[in-house]
Design a protein around this ligand. Structure first.
Ligand code: NCD
Length: 647
């Protein structure tokens, strides 16, 4: 059975096929191919266009529609799970069209239904049928999608129409400029998927190019990596500066895709930031003469009614195409009822063989909101970060890292390290890999730690203190304007070190710098203010700041690369410098730290750990090194060579 949950459930050829069917919607209307079929619409959130155009499309195909006018008046109000609702309603109808406020719910329902299920919007995750309408409209207006420059504008963080659209634009070879409201940038998981699957990279756009559209945040250009080599990370500030000044100026803008602020998905107190708008100024600008304006609607006040009468305002046409496009989609899915869903080509699926296992970090994911309706399923997207596996939730696509893994047979666990990647891969093949969110979880299931080689102390408490004092001195020496200084720690040891550096700076310069935290694989807000706490409600603003990015150890450079991508996506800082306590000197990505506590050239099989008393109560501050014993060889070696058993 074919469902439409994500825009990636359709290939480019299939999308073209749907468009051809939509072009001939008059014929579909005459042929009535859905005669005798029933569509059920289950909308747990408000809707005008999506619901009515689906219902109209089904009736025009000769089919009929059943519906709950208000899901709050359905058994949901009595506590029925989405799984049960899906099971029941799929015995009344031949296709389900579902909108829900939790991310991933429509996939969970599809797993329990035995008729095709269509996602009409799930939380802030995806809205693939809106994307079909958007692409259809764009193609009608501009001819071809390849090479178009499309500006996505507004709430790119919570807008589900944006997420489906950006993948589709990348797949058809369009370029994307993002113009997000402050604090509403495209989520990192979306950016990384664009990078990994479509080889798209980011570059800043010259700000005066877009000054007719008021915005707090800088624009970014997403484009296939070639011919630009748009590395955002670099060795010297001047190089960053030069790149920022010259990148992507004078672009041709083919379309502006405006979106509403998704207030219903925001925490209270975070909705009052300024927001880009399209109005008379935009219409007057010479460079936007051929730029069409689109909007999934409803609009609030980001798009002025003055644009309605202009030839460039095509959003009502876009809404009208909803009917022929959805007629085409329904016909397409009915014809493919017997087909199996093709597995995605990138996925390494993971499901824990143990009853306890990793949990998605997105609090709005269906696996968190209603665990009983879903199975915790993931994709392993990378084992490349120095000491973590990155999992993506199969339902909501959010990424997070897992550090503890064990073997179900031997009941031993290990803290993940890149040296263990191939061992973990073998276990995964044999379905023996148990991943855990914490050591506590592993121990609850009676897993024991693997043994490691002998520890050697590389830095003592006082070495660490001296190193941080020296680094602060150098930071102060290089800082051009103290008031712009922002110390930004990578969540974990990095943010603790950032606090300590800030303390040193207070002592040395009698200045209290702002301290923030960056979370690379978390849910929701990647950038957070740590100090001062007072202005917590405001998003951390990186524009024109002198940012010092702080982490404990630099090894492959990937963490730094991800951090830089988050930073540049949020705003354009004046400079970014990198401070690390330990440089292991084994880089896959050319980033060079500006401030280093100690250089420790080490081999890949070594583990270097920075222990900090704030994170490990009862422990002293120190840096230790030890070797990894390959757990599958551990037993053999222990028998042969007693040296390795030393604690
Ligand atoms: C959108 C949605 O529901 O995501 N509306 C729609 O389907 N056309 C956009 C929105 O609500 O802002």
């Amino acid at each position: 059975m074919r469902n439409l949950i994500s825009i990636d459930d359709l290939t480019n050829e299939e999308i073209e096929e749907i468009f051809s069917l939509a072009d001939a919607s008059d014929k579909l209307r005459a042929d009535r191919p859905a005669s005798g079929e029933i569509m059920a619409t289950l909308f747990y959130e408000p809707s005008t266009r999506t619901r009515l155009s689906f219902e109209s499309a089904m009736q025009r195909l000769g089919g009929s529609v059943i519906s709950c006018s208000d899901m709050k008046a359905s058994s949901t109000a009595k506590g029925e799970t989405v799984a049960d609702t899906a099971k029941v309603v799929s015995s009344y109808a031949d296709v389900l069209v579902v909108r829900h406020n939790w991310d991933g719910t429509v996939l969970a329902m599809a797993e329990h239904a035995n008729v095709p299920v269509i996602n009409a919007g799930d939380g802030s995750h995806e809205h693939p049928t809106q994307t079909l309408c958007d692409l259809y409209t764009l193609r009608k207006e501009k001819g071809e999608l390849k090479g178009l420059n499309v500006v996505l504008c507004g709430d790119l963080k919570n807008g589900r129409t944006i997420h489906s659209l950006v993948y589709a634009l990348a797949r058809f070879g369009a370029n994307v400029v993002t113009l997000a409201a402050n604090g509403m940038a495209l989520p990192q998981y979306v950016i990384e998927r664009l990078e990994r699957e479509y080889d798209y990279a980011l570059a800043p756009v010259a700000s005066d190019d877009l000054n007719a559209v008021v915005t707090e945040t800088d624009a970014l250009y997403l484009t296939p990596k070639q011919p630009h080599e748009l590395a955002l990370y670099t060795q010297v500030d001047q190089v960053i500066q030069a790149r920022l000044n010259t990148m992507a100026t004078g672009l041709r803008y083919d379309a502006f895709y405006m979106t509403r602020k998704q207030k219903e998905r925001m925490k209270e107190g975070t909705t009052d930031t300024s927001y880009p708008t399209i109005g008379p100024n935009f219409l007057r600008e010479q460079r936007f003469q051929d730029t069409v304006v689109m909007h999934p609607l409803p609009r609030v006040d980001e798009l002025s009614p003055e644009v309605d009468g202009d030839r460039r305002g095509i959003y009502f046409k876009q809404a009208a195409y909803g009917v022929p496009v959805r007629m085409a989609l329904l016909k397409f899915l009915f014809d493919r009822r017997a087909e199996k869903r093709k597995p995605s080509r990138h996925a390494i699926p993971y499901q824990s063989p143990e009853p306890i296992g990793p949990q998605c970090r997105n609090p709005n994911c269906v696996t968190v909101r209603e665990p009983i309706s879903s199975r915790r399923r993931f994709e392993i997207v990378s084992s490349g970060q120095a000491n973590a596996l990155i999992l993506a939730c199969a339902y909501c696509d959010h990424r997070f890292k897992v550090q503890i893994g064990g073997n179900v047979q031997s009941k031993k666990y290990y803290v993940f390290d890149s040296a263990l990647a191939s061992t973990f891969r073998d276990w995964l093949k044999k379905d023996e890999l148990a991943l855990f969110d914490s050591i506590k979880e592993a121990e609850e299931l009676d897993y024991e730690p693997f043994k490691s080689g002998p520890h050697r102390v590389l830095m003592t408490e006082s070495d660490i203190h001296t190193a941080l004092a020296n680094m602060s001195g150098q930071i102060l020496h290089d800082c051009r304007e103290l008031s712009r200084l922002l110390i930004l720690g990578v969540r974990g040891a990095g943010s603790q070190l950032a606090r300590r550096l800030a303390k040193e700076i207070v002592q040395q310069a009698n200045h209290n710098p702002e301290v923030g935290e960056i979370e690379i694989y978390g849910s929701g807000d990647e950038l957070k203010r740590l100090l001062p706490d007072a202005r917590e409600a405001e998003p951390l603003n990186l524009k024109d700041r002198e940012v010092i990015l702080v982490d404990d150890v630099i090894f492959t450079g990937r963490t730094v690369k991800s951090a830089l991508s988050i930073i540049f996506r949020s705003a354009r800082p004046q400079s970014v410098r990198l401070a690390v306590l330990i440089d292991r000197g084994h880089r896959e990505i050319p980033v060079k730290p500006n401030y280093v506590g100690k250089h420790i050239p080490s081999s890949e099989s070594d583990r270097v750990r920075v222990k900090l008393s704030e994170l490990e109560p009862g422990e002293r501050d120190q840096v230790i090194i030890y070797t990894i014993m390959n757990p599958s060889e551990e037993a053999r070696r222990t028998a042969r060579n007693s040296e390795f058993t030393a604690k």
